[in-house]
Design a protein around this ligand. Structure first.
Ligand SMILES: [Zn+2]
Length: 278
């Protein structure tokens, strides 16, 4: 079943070490610089390493993968090349693509929290934790991670509910998805999102896997479930352009297999998810 394990965070046998143990950069460590949604790279589209830019004075420790360190730096002044953060989904070697999106998530979080939301004083990086701290009022802000769901709904005919977004650059079929709202459990999110987007009721929720999704600072929880009762679709046209029941043989896979959505669709197409077993 090796074919299933392609998600962007699946970098085994390498391992992300996100324990906050800041250290100075050393030879071989990677340096990431970003400008908005662009990742700054060398002309050959590889990432800067410490030996390339050792003359820099400011390195912000992010994390390690095995014993290699990853640091954030200011955008280099010399002429440079950049790649969009979305291109990191298929970057090779894969663990550096995962490192880049995780670093970008931290970069955007730091950028969005330069000032205290409580008293508007400039924030500084906390010395002992991965956090931003206000030196005036003591407010501490940790990286924001928002829970959301990806839902594979299966009907009695063993078809799966797939959708296309109304307002997105993503043109392929996707599963139902949405953010948890305040006051609800993640199971309630699943039931509410499917109902809101397609009018379909679901039951027999089975948790599959989760995925940290840096692009939206999200933790995605993947569920498969059964239709409860009528499987007629009532489309939420504000959110979706299309929602259909797809067969296992239908061409609904996206070309990029870094996401939980594509892994769940592949699992369904291989016959590994069926109504009777949910
Ligand atoms: Zn403050």
């Amino acid at each position: 079943m090796g074919i299933l394990f392609y998600m962007i965070q699946d970098i085994y046998p390498l391992k992300l070490h996100n324990e906050y143990l800041p250290r100075s950069p050393r030879q071989g460590d990677y340096l990431f610089a970003f400008a908005g949604s662009q990742v700054i790279v060398k002309p050959d589209e590889t990432f800067f390493r410490y030996e390339d830019l050792a003359a820099y004075s400011s390195f912000v420790y992010l994390f390690e993968i095995n014993s290699t360190g990853f640091f954030l730096i200011e955008e280099p002044e010399a002429a440079h090349v950049s790649l969009n953060i979305r291109q990191m989904r298929s970057y090779k070697p894969k663990h550096l693509g995962f490192a880049a999106v995780t670093a970008w998530q931290l970069y955007t979080w730091m950028n969005d929290n330069q000032y205290c939301g409580r008293c508007s004083y400039p924030m500084v990086r906390h010395k002992k934790e991965r956090a931003m701290r206000c030196e005036r009022c003591g407010n501490i802000v940790y990286p924001k991670i928002s829970p959301a769901v990806i839902v594979g709904v299966v009907n009695e005919k063993n078809q799966i509910l797939v959708t296309k977004f109304a307002h997105s650059t993503y043109k392929h079929y996707a599963l139902i998805s949405g953010f948890a709202e305040i006051g609800e459990t993640i199971e309630e999110t699943v039931i509410r999102e499917v109902k809101e987007e397609t009018g379909v009721d679901v039951e027999h929720l089975h948790y599959y896997k989760c995925q940290p999704w840096a692009f939206s600072s999200t933790m995605l929880f993947g569920f498969f479930c059964r239709v409860k009762g009528d499987d007629r679709i009532t489309l939420d046209e504000n959110e979706l352009k299309e929602a259909i029941w797809a067969e296992r043989t239908d061409d609904i896979e996206s070309p990029d297999n870094s996401s939980l959505t594509s892994e769940m669709i592949r699992l369904f197409r291989k016959g590994m998810v069926s109504f009777d077993e949910l």
